[in-house]
Every structure is written in structure tokens, then in C-alpha cells.
Design a protein around this ligand. Structure first.
Ligand code: OAD
Ligand code: ZN
Length: 246
């Protein structure tokens, strides 16, 4: 079966790089983007340019974020996160590349410096001008007091979750580290991503082109199934559950 082959490939690999998308966190209660009920079936994305230009867009963006707070605060790592953390502790996984912003790989035991967050992190906020970091509680309090999304106390530019929006620059250091990891692994496992958003979706192909075996685990077809050595079109928790170790 697919899971047995995956087990063989994991056993044979020396350096495994996992690459995750929102599908690994759905069993933790966090919706993905493109499945029925996903975020982009409910909302239109607010692009970075709109966020910068419009107080209304910033207010709407923060209202959406506050509406999700209970979901993010309650979420615990799932079987997929725990299986990957087991492989990390076993020394097979040097670091993980993720498009996710939910902090669950860190919560599962990955050191902060070994989680390459291509799309940032939603558990804290940053000024888009000077980079000053803010806690969400501070933003919420200011929003409630003033009825509007607050600006930075240092430079008066807007404060935004520490995530990457459409139209926003990709983080340079993370892109560089993800490139190096993709080019220096012998097994690359793409998990729970539709692989439609670029440049993130370029990493599976980059790994494959550099000689790694490529595995795709996703319950729906993805954009890159045709170049994969193994496609497991099945639930992530069930597929990776057997790899949860100590
Ligand atoms: P998507 O919602 O595009 O894809 C998630 C995939 O996971 C879907 O194809 C689902 O079928 C699959 N899936 C969900 N739950 C699953 C489960 N339990 N078992 C197996 N498969 C499951 O999410 P991403 O690919 O992560 O970026 O989205 C990429 C980027 O688009 C995000 O990082 C975000 C979004 O816009 C930005 O906003 C910049
Ligand atoms: Zn600032």
C-alpha cells in the first residue's frame, strides 16, 4: 500500500524535508483555504496593497483575525505534526518548510529555528513600517478602545499579523533556506497543500529536479502529482499516524 511504500522510503532516506500546507491542520480544527468551507470559499483575500491603503481593509482584516482567535488558541498539534516531530527528533529531518501560520510545528517540538515559515505567523503582529512586534492582546485592546485597527506606537505605520498576504514580498531569508533544504535532501514530502500558490509551490519541483524522491500526501489531487514518485490521496492523520513515535 501507499503507507508501506512511504515507510520504506522514509527508512531508506538520510535527509527528509517535509513541506506542509493547511491540510495538516484541519484535524486540529483550523480550516484550510480551498476545500468546501475553506477560508477562500468564505472570504475574498485582502491583498497587501489594500491593507496598506485602506483603514477599512485593515479593520476588516483584524475582525477576521479576532474571529479566528478561539480556533487558533485551542488548536493542538495533530497526528501529522507529531509524526514529523518524531522524524525530526530521530535526526532524519533537519528542518521543515511550511506555508502554515498556525505555529503548530513549533508546538509539536520543532525548534523555532528549524521551522521555515514561508507565509509568516499569525500568533503575533508586526508594524509594516519598522517591524516592531506586538502581541495580539495589545492589538485587540486598542481595536476595542478606538473602534479601529491601531498603528505602531513607534512610527505610526499600520500593525499587521506577522503573516504574508498576497501582493506582499516573500521573506528573503526563509526563501533562501527553503531553497537550500529542497536542493539538499533525498526525500521531500509535500503534505496537505493544493500546491497552487507560488513561489511556495516551486519547492517540491525544485527538490525533484535536484534528485530527491518526491511524495505527495493530500486527499485531493494537487498541481504536482504528475511529477511525484508516490502520491497518497488519503487523510493525513491516518497516513502519518503510524509514524508518530516518542
Ligand atoms: P489549500 O486549502 O489550498 O490546500 C489544502 C489541501 O489539503 C487541499 O487540497 C485539501 O484537499 C487537503 N486536505 C485538507 N485536510 C486534509 C486531511 N485531513 N487529509 C488530507 N488532505 C487534506 O491550502 P494550502 O495549499 O496550504 O497563503 O494553501 C496555500 C496558501 O494559500 C496558503 O499558505 C495561504 C493561501 O492563500 C497566503 O495567504 C499567502
Ligand atoms: Zn513601526
Amino acid at each position: 500500500s501507499g503507507v508501506e511504500r512511504l515507510g520504506d522510503m522514509i527508512a531508506e532516506a538520510r535527509t527528509i524535508v517535509p513541506f506542509t500546507g493547511a491540510g495538516i491542520s484541519t484535524e486540529c480544527g483550523i480550516p484550510d483555504f480551498r476545500s468546501p468551507g475553506g477560508i477562500w470559499t468564505r472570504y475574498r483575500p485582502i491583498e497587501f496593497g489594500e491593507f496598506v491603503a485602506s483603514q477599512d481593509a485593515r479593520d476588516e482584516s483584524w475582525r477576521r483575525r479576532f474571529a479566528m482567535e478561539e480556533v487558533f488558541a485551542a488548536a493542538k498539534p495533530g497526528r501529522g505534526h507529531r509524526a514529523l516531530a518524531s522524524l525530526y527528533r530521530a535526526g532524519k529531518v533537519p528542518a521543515i518548510i511550511t506555508q502554515n501560520i498556525d505555529n503548530l510545528h513549533q508546538a509539536s517540538g520543532f525548534a523555532v529555528e528549524h521551522v521555515i515559515e514561508l507565509h509568516g505567523n499569525t500568533t503575533y503582529a508586526c508594524c509594516i513600517g519598522c517591524g516592531e512586534a506586538y502581541q495580539l492582546d495589545w492589538v485587540k485592546r486598542r481595536f476595542d478602545e478606538e473602534g479601529a485597527a491601531p498603528n505602531c506606537t513607534v512610527c505610526d505605520e499600520p500593525v499587521k499579523t506577522a503573516t504574508i498576504s498576497f501582493g506582499q514580498m516573500m521573506p528573503e531569508d526563509e526563501m533562501q533556506r527553503a531553497t537550500e533544504l529542497s536542493q539538499h535532501c533525498d526525500l521531500f514530502i509535500a503534505i496537505g497543500s493544493s500546491l497552487v500558490v507560488w513561489p511556495a509551490a516551486g519547492f517540491p519541483m525544485m527538490a525533484k529536479n535536484a534528485g530527491a524522491r518526491l511524495v505527495v500526501i493530500n486527499r485531493e489531487p494537487t498541481e504536482q502529482d504528475d511529477i511525484a514518485d508516490l502520491v497518497i490521496r488519503h487523510d493525513i492523520g491516518e497516513t502519518l499516524g503510524p509514524f508518530v513515535g516518542n
